[in-house]
Write a protein that binds this ligand. Sequence first.
Ligand code: GLP
Length: 251
Amino acid sequence: MIRIYQTADYEAMSRRAAHIIAAEVYRNPACVLGLATGSTPVGAYKCLSEMVAKGDLSFKEVKSVNLDEYKGLAPTHDQSYRYFMEDNLFNHVDIDLANTNVPNGLAEDAEAECKRYDELVASLGYADLQLLGLGHNGHIGFNEPDDHFTKETHVVSLAQSTIDANARFFASADEVPRQALTMGVGCIMAARRVLLIASGEGKADALYAAFCGPITPECPASILQLHNDVVVVADKAALSKLTAAGVAVCE
Ligand code: GLP
């Protein structure tokens, strides 16, 4: 089932997403959270950090598995996804860093690292809640449009559109790593619940393709149509194409 919540703007989307994540932690304080990077979840992570600071929420027993990491970036590089997670969430909440997992972008044998990561996520029983952003080209994690879906964690060559989109975080497009390690759709689909968040007009086409288009590896997020517990929280602008097509949304 897919439930779509429409919010007025990015801030409201962030609060709603944070509440859904908090509800998961209240339900099971030792849950496994699948976490995402990118600009979209920053606001939700900030709300979660505030809840923890106020004493309303604790991540003490939470375990986390992140979707992806740039190949070749050290955890200390300010654009690595490990750094992002510490900067935006882990350093502001009471999570035990030993319980947080991000693929190792510096692994000498990237294939072995992918295998290790798949086994790790499986050993944790997969995510109870997997948070996802959405690429402009429909990617989830770094599962780029392709002629097939890849189930396992794998090394991926980034699409030029992804390199261009992420160049804003680097000094120049040349500095964006060309490859990444990403969870495949197997681990994502094995999550008990999926929470996809999107904001802004720039995501309207991808969101429409993901949930109203055919299920195709050309739009990796479209595979979520086959998941039985997906919640989408997106603002009006991101949902504009779906609502124009008459898709029902909750407020
Ligand atoms: C990045 C990440 C994705 C993210 C997406 C959208 O490259 N690998 O996990 O969802 O692109 O990013 P943003 O939220 O900045 O639009």
